[in-house]
Design a protein around this ligand. Structure first.
Ligand SMILES: CC(C)(COP(=O)(O)OP(=O)(O)OC[C@H]1O[C@@H](n2cnc3c(N)ncnc32)[C@H](O)[C@@H]1OP(=O)(O)O)[C@@H](O)C(=O)NCCC(=O)NCCS
Length: 158
């Protein structure tokens, strides 16, 4: 077993065209309420939808991101890091890469819904300057709880 600390961030690669099956496999490892393969198949038919996997050569898939982009807004739908690879900056890296893409695609804001009890995700988004803009009572079912709406306005060069 290779320790995760052996890998610098520069070795990480983004895989831009994963299959629904590959997305589902990673989703299942990351989330308590996973999307199934059919969910991903349906989403991948939508023109606004996009998904990535994060890979480390000789190790495998360590993260995932799913989003839909309807300029001027982009919604983050799924962000997950393999449990063995958390707290190493991988989610932050994916969100930074997403911002670079978004800025080149006329996106002015990124937003998402997150479970109020998901402290690690809320701390992550807060670190990256996402702000709470609202909430939805009992929006999530598994586990039951409120959704916080978080949003980040992107700064574009003049
Ligand atoms: C939330 C999640 C994506 C974070 O991934 P990660 O790769 O471990 O996060 P990073 O290492 O990039 O962390 C970046 C920052 O996020 C915050 N953070 C991440 N995990 C945290 C934790 N367990 N507790 C507190 N803060 C945390 C910290 O501010 C951290 O910065 P720091 O290292 O300077 O303290 C990961 O825990 C995960 O996959 N969770 C399950 C799926 C999920 O809940 N997704 C979010 C749905 S919106």
């Amino acid at each position: 077993m290779i320790a995760s600390s052996d890998y610098p961030l520069s070795d990480v690669q983004i895989y831009l065209q994963p299959s629904a099956k590959e997305m589902r496999e990673m989703d299942f490892l990351c989330f308590t309420s996973p999307w199934n393969e059919q969910d991903y198949r349906e989403m991948q038919k939508q023109p606004a939808y996009n998904n990535w996997l994060l890979e480390i050569p000789d190790v495998g898939t360590v993260g995932m991101l799913a989003f839909q982009s309807v300029p001027p807004e982009l919604e983050i739908l799924r962000l997950g890091v393999h449990p063995d690879w958390r707290k190493r900056g991988l989610a932050e890296f994916m969100l930074e890469q997403l911002e670079i893409l978004a800025k080149s695609d006329r996106i002015e804001s990124l937003w998402l819904e997150v479970h109020r009890a998901n402290k690690s995700a809320i701390t992550l988004y807060s670190k990256l300057a996402y702000k709470e803009t609202g909430s939805r009572k009992n929006y999530f079912r598994n586990p039951l709880g409120d959704a916080l709406l978080l949003k980040k306005l992107l700064k574009h060069d003049a």
